[in-house]
Design a protein around this ligand. Sequence first.
Ligand SMILES: NC(=O)c1ccc[n+]([C@@H]2O[C@H](COP(=O)([O-])OP(=O)(O)OC[C@H]3O[C@@H](n4cnc5c(N)ncnc54)[C@H](O)[C@@H]3O)[C@@H](O)[C@H]2O)c1
Length: 457
Amino acid sequence: MNIAIIGTGYVGLVTGACFAQAGFNVTCLDKDLHKIALLRQGRMPFHEPGLEALIAEGQASGRLSFQSTLEPDLSLERAEAIFLAVGTPTGPDGRAALADLLECAGLLARTLTHGAVIVIKSTVPVGTCEQVRSTLETQSPFIPPPRFTVASNPEFLAEGRAIEDFRHPGRIVIGCDDAQACRVLRTLYAPFDPDGSRTLVMDVRSAEFAKYACNAALAARISMINELACIAGQLAVDMRAVCKVLTSDPRIGRHYLKPGAGYGGSCLPKDLRALIAMAQDHGEPAYLLHSVETVNTGQCERLLDTLRACMAYDFKGRCVALWGLTFKADTDDMREAPSLALAHGLLEAGARVQAYDPVAGQSAQALLADPMFEPCADAYRACEGADVLVVMTDWEEFRRADFARVAERLSLSLVFDCRQIYEAASLARHGLRHLEIGQRPPAAASRPFIDALQSAV
Ligand SMILES: NC(=O)c1ccc[n+]([C@@H]2O[C@H](COP(=O)([O-])OP(=O)(O)OC[C@H]3O[C@@H](n4cnc5c(N)ncnc54)[C@H](O)[C@@H]3O)[C@@H](O)[C@H]2O)c1
């Protein structure tokens, strides 16, 4: 089967490469000419483990090709299914901005002389598939317009393990009101779910909503555990012990229950905002979703407060080493990364920030253009002359850090472990103090720490 995918980003490119490997003929299209040129040369526009090899395999097999939407070819005409995987970022009013998606609908309306199954893979508000179908029909210059079917097929992959997630999905959601569209999508996903047990077929609107429901549930867990950690910290409770109790309950489950710097990335924050807007448009107050957001936006302020207390309430002349800039490990995506919010807050308060990230150091420079911000070439260079180290992302190399080298470099001998990747005892062997989300900063409790702080001034 020939398929086309418009939007060659984190989702579209992985989807295209995986479908090509499964034996389908795939054309990935994008309006970004630079991206298409890079991909045609076998070069990657972003970091995703395993994707470069998969793309090379697809190109070598002749089943994967790249095309600009600005240079029309026959790939759209030939495609039996056309996936739309363009971005749906937050618009100025908090709603999902659909301009890119509707631009694609306009392109398809002008291009397609025959009917096709249009599959919306982007995360979109309820009713968008219907809006796309009506755009296709009203903008088609052909009389009568071809018969378009628009199906919803939200994506659940996570960056950093996107290929694994796509090939072995927890579930495949197909939202369609048309038997032919359903058959096409079942055929496409059969290689990834041979017995069909993980494929959930429903109406279009429910499929659109299901994606928001999942992201709201994940965001709520994160905010809940972060709030619990902060309360626990005030009560001198060991939150790691509490987490073991929580996660041992099968009704609660194991995932997304680690206190941290708050959720970020290109999905959870914007999807929560879009869901709240959808609720409000329909007169639903969405009290819980608002609280989830409030806890999350307050999390960065809490991190800053903790660091401020560590620095005797004055960031002037202080330097913070930051490890990890992306919103999570194994991706170069810095959209709404908590580390950026923290770095901005530190810089605004007068601190210097020396940051290291295994893949995103250079792009961070553009996002944090400030003379007091220095992206560093390696993790230990970032600690050189810094007072404290804040670990924001759990990249594998941070787990294997050489604490002796860290300890030599930090004047206040403090590691703020926002990912719970270290044990206090291993750090203590090197004279380093360990601080986690919710825990009270040592300056508030310990005389030796205050002495160290003063002698470091
Ligand atoms: N990134 C994720 O982890 C993830 C996971 C699940 C769902 N999603 C959803 O998938 C969608 C895509 O996300 P992404 O992270 O892949 O976005 P992205 O920003 O990485 O990629 C979007 C691509 O679409 C292209 N594009 C935009 N308008 C276009 C147009 N009119 N014609 C052709 N190309 C166009 C852009 O140039 C870009 O390359 C979003 O709705 C997102 O919420 C993302």
